[in-house]
Design a protein around this ligand. Structure first.
Ligand SMILES: Nc1ncnc2c1ncn2[C@@H]1O[C@H](COP(=O)(O)OP(=O)(O)OP(=O)(O)O)[C@@H](O)[C@H]1O
Ligand SMILES: [Mg+2]
Length: 299
């Protein structure tokens, strides 16, 4: 079914859909800093990078943008786990090994670790590959799974870690990591970054950028007045997902009123009608993505 307001605003696509599509990513200073820090940690093969952020600030979008950039780099093999809530470390390890298409396996957990270690060493040293493991929703990792990841990061030569791990996690994870049980993991963190909420001017830039993408570059049709953007910023407390939900609702409301322009009153009305948007996303099915290259998997 066609989105009702597309023709009304001469749009090709939905500008304010909540799916974390990197095509719509506005590289704000905070998103840029997080991406650059992670890229540096991977390039320098320093082991572990953690990206924290409140709910709905753009972690998954950044993870996808990073994956797209790694995809373009032939020296990198990455695996991306978007829901790491496995019951046991054994299952997570098996999922990682399967996605890297390691070829060898064992029913014994310790043997499996050893197989993976040999695989990593061979790829990192002989083939000079950078192996990257991206894990989104890392706040759901149970303690034994975190311990297993710490173990994987112990595999190293004199000058490099064989596996580069990037965790994307909600802010609560930062507090969890304070527990003494995670001291060894925290000590291995080469870099951590925080995605901050957007400022008023960044909110405006983000909303305009998304409009520009969805309207194929037609900036003139942008419907939000300065006052409307200010209200979206205030109601959302700078959280992009909330801003997008309000903006999308406002487009529909304006269409129903046959208005082209969206002012502060309409934003008040939208928020009054629907209540403060719930920033929690829909739960995702357990999915894994990878870019282990075809020529490697044939070997
Ligand atoms: N810099 C940005 N530019 C454009 N859109 C953004 C930006 N940051 C976030 N968004 C949008 O906000 C919404 C939420 O982003 P995302 O799902 O990446 O957040 P999250 O931090 O992963 O949330 P959660 O904590 O619930 O996992 C998405 O629609 C995403 O496209
Ligand atoms: Mg997310």
């Amino acid at each position: 079914m066609q989105i009702p307001y597309l023709d009304h605003f001469t749009l090709l696509d939905e500008p304010y859909s909540t799916s974390p599509n990197p095509r719509y990513l506005y590289i704000s200073p905070t998103h840029n800093l997080a991406l650059e820090k992670i890229k540096w940690t991977i390039a320098a093969r320093r082991g572990l990078a953690i990206c924290f952020g409140a709910v709905g600030t753009g972690k998954t979008t950044i993870a996808r943008e990073l994956a797209a950039r790694l995809e373009d780099d032939p020296s990198v093999s990455y695996v991306s786990i978007t829901n790491p809530n496995f019951p046991t470390a054994n299952q997570l390890l098996r999922a990682i090994i399967q996605e890297y298409e390691v070829g060898q396996t064992s029913k014994n957990y310790l043997e499996l670790l050893s197989i993976f270690k040999n695989f990593l060493a061979e790829r990192a040293i002989t083939q000079k590959k950078t192996l990257v493991l991206l894990i989104d929703e890392a706040q759901t990792l149970k303690p034994p799974l975190l311990e297993m990841l710490r173990q994987l990061m112990n595999y190293e030569s004199n000058d490099q870690k064989f596996l580069q791990v990037v965790l994307f996690a909600q802010e609560e994870f930062r507090a969890r990591l304070q527990h003494p049980r995670y001291r060894n993991l925290v000590n291995r963190t080469a870099m951590s970054s925080s995605i901050e909420t957007l400022s008023l001017s960044e909110t405006e830039a983000m909303l305009k950028h998304r409009w520009w993408v969805a309207s194929n570059g037609n900036k003139n049709s942008f419907p939000f007045t300065d006052d409307a953007i200010e209200q979206i910023f205030t109601y959302s407390k700078g959280i992009p997902r909330t801003q997008i939900i309000i903006a999308d609702n406002a487009l529909l409301a304006a269409f129903l009123l046959q208005e082209r322009s969206i002012n502060a009153d309409l934003i008040h009305q939208v928020v009054k009608d629907r209540g403060s948007p719930d920033t929690q996303p829909e739960p995702e099915p357990q999915t894994i993505k990878r870019n282990v290259r075809k020529e490697e998997s044939k070997k």
